[in-house]
Design a protein around this ligand. Structure first.
Ligand code: MD3
Ligand code: FE
Length: 291
């Protein structure tokens, strides 16, 4: 019966956990049951903080459209990449993280062997056909002891998973609607990207793919929550941490190995099946913000 449901949704391996590398786990179909509510929440978020194509520091327009929710949001412009508490498009704080997001991210991290995951920012990526993400590392967070949890919704994508140097060989991994990936331990700083999205139509999203990445940006929860986005203490805390990471405010540069305390935090994951959850929902379209 459960097999039938998954077969219908197009992810033959749903319910399986696949270990790609130390600390890198794909939970097939883990978010299938939550997908309709997740997409509804994305629409609500995009109504307040529209999807937009950010400019890279080099002056290129990103093909992926982005928005955020949580205490801060990831942005890019001519001045660089960073997290900031206000949406530069609206001047408002980013919409709050829905409780559903927090719960899903934590359950997924736990299923992958990372206990007590706390996330304070969710970057939401929207891919139309041909949109892609070139090989990169996620290094704008503060410290890399926390994993990143990612949820794929809508059209399938080919994810590229490399090593700790840009030139390392990449593996291609198909990510489908409802798949959740967890990237921690030694895989936290791996180079990765997304191949140009293929054409298609998905019942849940229409002609696009939505990806949620849950990250931890602030190290000290008390300084990052509940003080309001403009509280001076909060700014000082954020700046202070930046100053401590390195000159560029980015942490580990250029494919260095992660420190020992990350290398030692290997999650215990087997090929176990996790209990899948229910019900496909109503069809939705890509929307909100610029095409
Ligand atoms: C592997 N997003 O937003 S999610 C990103 O599908 C990003 O939109 C992709 O890369 C997407 O930065 C990939 C999977 C992912 C996220 C973070 C990682 C894989 C990762 C960090 C380290 C290693
Ligand atoms: Fe990334």
């Amino acid at each position: 019966m459960i097999g039938d449901l998954f077969a219908e949704m197009g992810s033959p391996d749903a319910g399986k956990a696949e270990v790609l590398a130390e600390g890198a786990v794909v939970l097939r179909g883990f978010a299938l049951g939550d997908a309709p509510a997740l997409l509804e929440a994305v629409e609500r978020i995009a109504a307040a903080a529209p999807f937009r194509h950010l400019e890279t520091p080099g002056g290129f327009r990103m093909s992926v459209a982005m928005t955020n929710c949580g205490d801060v949001g990831w942005v890019s412009d001519r001045r660089g990449y960073r997290y900031q508490p206000l949406d530069p498009l609206t001047g408002n704080p980013w919409p709050p993280m829905p409780p559903l997001f927090l719960g899903l991210a934590r359950r997924a991290a736990t299923a992958a062997g990372f206990r007590d995951f706390h996330t304070d920012v969710c970057l939401i990526n929207r891919y139309a056909p041909a949109a892609r993400l070139t090989l990169h590392q996620d290094k704008d967070e503060k410290g890399y002891t926390d994993p990143i949890v990612s949820v794929s919704l809508g059209l399938p994508a080919t994810f590229l998973f490399g090593g700790l140097s840009r030139s390392d060989k990449t593996r291609r991994v198909r990510l489908e609607h409802g798949d959740v990936t967890v990237w921690g331990g030694p895989s936290r700083l791996a180079f990765h990207g997304v191949a140009p999205l293929g054409e298609g139509e998905h019942p849940a999203t229409g002609q696009c793919r939505i990806n949620l990445t849950f990250r931890r940006r602030c190290r000290f929860i008390s300084l990052c929550r509940g003080l309001g986005p403009l509280h001076p203490v909060r700014f000082r805390a954020v700046r202070g941490e930046r100053a401590r990471s390195d000159k560029n405010g980015r942490g580990f540069q250029g494919g260095l190995r992660p420190p020992w305390w990350i290398r030692n935090s290997t999650p215990a994951v087997s090929e176990t099946r996790f209990p899948p959850v229910s019900t496909p929902g109503p069809a939705r379209r890509c929307g909100g913000g610029s095409a």
